[in-house]
Design a protein around this ligand. Structure first.
Ligand code: PGA
Length: 256
């Protein structure tokens, strides 16, 4: 982390877990732990259905609510989709875009990720854009090329004010939900490379000011050593975010 230049963010991704009735007890437990001034920004990304309940529990608190996806379209005939303005009106401040599970199960490519990103930003959401290589790509030594390409396509055409509302999450696909966390060195190397690509695209000041998170089996037992690295500005946490106590332990690891 480098708190002088950028925000530290710990974001939970509930994926398709839990139910509306779980939101209040979870929220109250998290707020009791977090108090009024937690050590970093905290985001909880729930399924669409739970966003209004989460927004109510966290209203006026330091915890922000996020969604896990958004439509590229502003409105209209998109059966099953949810628009950025609907998310904002329901109380979401953040949205995850381009998660590897969206890419894998819903065929999302970098161009679509880029369009969703611009739509989300236009409606005032902050975006967490996910990038990351698959195991086979790393085995071939292609991980840096893959992530650079994902970033360049997704962020193409963004201006500096838009980049200010964009967070990058490096999530190697082989580390997600597997317990097989990237080593702090592997995670730091890629997060640093991401910052270099951002520098190339947007200049040094913008790159220095952009938060780059790590995600993939981050948990209380390994968070501190990942978050101690200078280019890792927080985490995107799946499994370990489902329990408020575990999630808050990761927030506390960001305190160092
Ligand atoms: P995990 O998921 O922490 O369960 O590995 C992270 C993510 O997919 O965002």
């Amino acid at each position: 982390m480098n708190r002088r230049y950028r925000k530290t963010i710990i974001a939970g991704n509930w994926k398709m877990n839990r139910d509306v009735s779980d939101v209040r007890p979870y929220g109250e437990a998290l707020l009791a732990l977090a108090g009024k001034k937690p050590p970093c920004e905290i985001v909880v990304c729930t399924p669409f259905l739970m966003i209004p309940a989460a927004a109510e529990v966290f209203r006026g608190s330091p915890v922000a609510v996020g969604a896990q996806d958004v439509s590229e379209a502003d409105n209209g005939a998109r059966t099953g989709e949810v628009s950025a303005s609907q998310l904002a009106a329901a109380g979401a401040k953040y949205v995850i875009i381009g998660h590897s599970e969206r890419r894998e199960y819903h065929g999302e490519d970098d161009a679509l990720v880029g369009r969703k990103l611009k739509t989300a930003l236009r409606h005032g959401l902050r975006a967490i854009v996910c990038v990351g290589e698959r195991a086979a790509q790393r085995e071939k030594g292609a991980e840096f090329d893959v992530v650079r390409r994902q970033l360049r396509e997704a962020l193409y055409g963004l201006d500096l004010p838009q980049l200010k509302n964009t967070v990058i999450a490096y999530e190697p696909v082989w580390a997600i939900g597997t317990g097989n966390t990237a080593s702090p060195l592997q995670a730091e190397e890629m997060c640093r490379d991401i910052r270099l690509t951002l520098r190339d695209m947007f200049g040094a000041a913008a790159a220095r000011g952009t938060s780059v998170l790590y995600g993939g089996s981050m948990k209380p037992s390994n968070a501190a050593e990942l978050l101690a690295r200078p280019d890792i500005d927080g985490g995107l946490i799946g499994g370990a975010s489902l329990n408020a106590k575990d999630f808050y332990e990761i927030v506390r690891a960001a305190e160092q």
